[in-house]
Design a protein around this ligand. Structure first.
Ligand SMILES: Cc1cc2nc3c(=O)[nH]c(=O)nc-3n(C[C@H](O)[C@H](O)[C@H](O)COP(=O)(O)OP(=O)(O)OC[C@H]3O[C@@H](n4cnc5c(N)ncnc54)[C@H](O)[C@@H]3O)c2cc1C
Ligand code: SF4
Ligand code: SF4
Length: 425
């Protein structure tokens, strides 16, 4: 036993990706005494979880959990948060990696009080990526109200325009620096955890499901934003073509997943996401009819199975076992028709609804942009953990499709692996 209050830790760990997995790894390592660099490409932390309306199965807002993590980060001087940052180069081996990190300009410095005057003054609007393009945001913006860091950012699209100058003139704290340049940091760390997460599979690639061709076919992540109180419709679920309240909604499961032409694997969370989103619809529209087209419904474990059983009790939720062959929209009425072969009766099923949600799956970010490090990937782009080699590890959805609970468990394990690398130095 010892009376020491500080952990006998030395050395630094880099965590790449500031989603829920990266936050967990960073906090677990820092809270036992290690110095952590948390590298996030977005101007804010939280990853895709920050864009969700509620968590299954408890149906609580993810912002609560995120806020607790943000507070822990604020209270921990051992974590250095780098936003708008990406790793350019990694050299070395376990125990000593030289890493070059590039930081893009935010055009707003630490004097920002998040007062919002620049947004009011700038006048320009840009596409709101946080809301998947379903809204516009100001050229000077805070990505969402609980963003961490709570600091505005200027869109590169307005740099060099009058709008940027107006934003700068409106800032009474001298927080806007239009001359800010990209910079590179050269850091030495003992271990790296890649928590680079996932992206929604590009639904425009699934031709027969009509996304991008018709207004009233949306993805499950768009549904999260429609249902969110801070989303483009302030939490009202409205069909995009005319902002009407939908009286019927169909969910198309395995949209792209478990399909050799797209993602050959099961994305693990999209059955639960659709069951959860059925509750979003029911909460707003007590009489709405909800149709869930599925191949197999996957609700792993006791809590998820219980959640599924609760939804099944709703007599206006219809489960149709059958792979969807086609989704199309009527040009006049804007009603959407889903065609599937019913695997139970063998009949062709045709269902017309007001809104269709495609349960699109998860694709690892590394599938489309390989990381600048000596990593092993499986054929789908998930990073394989090579524990024999050690030094670099993948956490959360960078490693496999996962919900938040399993991402956190995996991320905690990878914090330990990173610590062991330093301890062996
Ligand atoms: C429709 C839908 C609903 C869902 N609902 C739930 C739910 O209710 N409950 C639940 O448990 N799970 C839910 N999930 C799953 C949940 O979103 C994931 O488990 C979670 O996002 C995993 O977190 P992550 O940190 O691994 O990845 P991400 O959330 O993707 O975070 C990765 C982070 O890394 C950053 N990044 C990526 N590449 C780089 C790079 N090269 N350099 C620097 N930074 C980088 C990204 O910007 C991002 O911030 C849902 C998923 C979907 C599709
Ligand atoms: S940059 Fe200036 S004007 Fe804009 S939110 Fe920050 S402090 Fe306010
Ligand atoms: S979780 Fe469900 S919808 Fe998603 S790929 Fe697996 S079976 Fe299909």
């Amino acid at each position: 036993m010892t009376n020491e209050t500080t952990a006998p830790a030395s050395g630094s760990i880099m965590v790449v990706g500031g989603g829920i997995s990266g936050l967990t790894t960073a906090l677990e390592a820092a809270e036992v005494g290690y110095e952590v660099y948390l590298v996030e490409k977005n101007p804010y932390l939280g990853g895709l979880v920050a864009q969700l309306n509620q968590y299954f199965p408890k149906l609580c807002p993810p912002t609560c959990g995120l806020e607790i993590n943000f507070r822990r980060i604020k209270d921990n001087p051992r974590i250095k948060v780098l936003t708008l940052a990406s790793v350019e180069k990694v050299e070395g081996g376990p125990g000593s990696y030289d890493v070059a990190v590039t930081i893009k300009p935010r055009y707003v410095n630490e004097k920002c009080t998040a007062c919002g005057d620049c947004a009011e003054a700038c006048g320009a609007e840009v596409t709101d990526d946080f809301n998947f393009g379903m809204a516009k945001t100001k050229g000077a913006y805070l990505p969402f109200e609980m963003a961490f860091p709570a600091r505005y950012v200027l869109s590169p699209e307005i740099i060099g325009t009058d709008a940027a100058q107006k934003a700068k003139d409106a800032c009474k704290y001298g927080a806007i620096d239009l001359e800010m340049q990209a910079k590179t940091l050269n850091l030495n760390v003992g271990a790296i955890v890649w928590a680079t997460g996932w992206e929604p599979y590009d639904a425009t690639k699934i031709d027969n499901l009509g996304f991008g061709q018709y207004d009233n076919i949306i993805t499950n992540m768009m549904m999260e934003r429609l249902a969110a109180p801070n989303g483009p419709t302030k939490g009202k679920i409205l069909r995009p073509s005319d902002n009407a309240a939908p009286q019927s909604v169909a969910f198309v499961q395995c949209a792209g997943s478990r399909d050799e032409n797209h993602l050959p694997y099961c994305s693990y969370i999209c059955c639960m996401a659709s069951l959860k989103q059925a509750t979003y619809v029911r909460e707003r529209y007590p009489e709405a009819k909800i149709y869930i087209f599925y191949i197999d419904l996957r609700a792993p474990g006791q809590r998820y199975e219980k959640f599924y059983q609760t939804i099944k009790e709703d007599e206006n939720v219809f489960f149709i076992k059958g792979k969807v062959a086609e989704v199309s929209e009527d040009a006049d009425s804007k009603a959407v028709t889903v065609i599937a072969e019913n695997a139970v009766t063998g009949e062709k099923t045709k269902q017309t609804v007001d809104l269709v949600v495609l349960a699109t799956g998860m694709q690892p970010t590394a599938a489309n942009a390989k990381l600048p490090a000596d990593l092993k990937y499986n054929p789908d782009g998930f990073i394989i953990n090579d524990f024999e080699k050690g030094g670099m590890f993948a956490a959360g959805c960078a490693n496999k499709p996962a919900d938040v609970v399993s991402s956190n468990q995996n991320a905690t394990g990878m914090a330990l692996k990173a610590i062991q690398t330093l301890a062996r130095k």
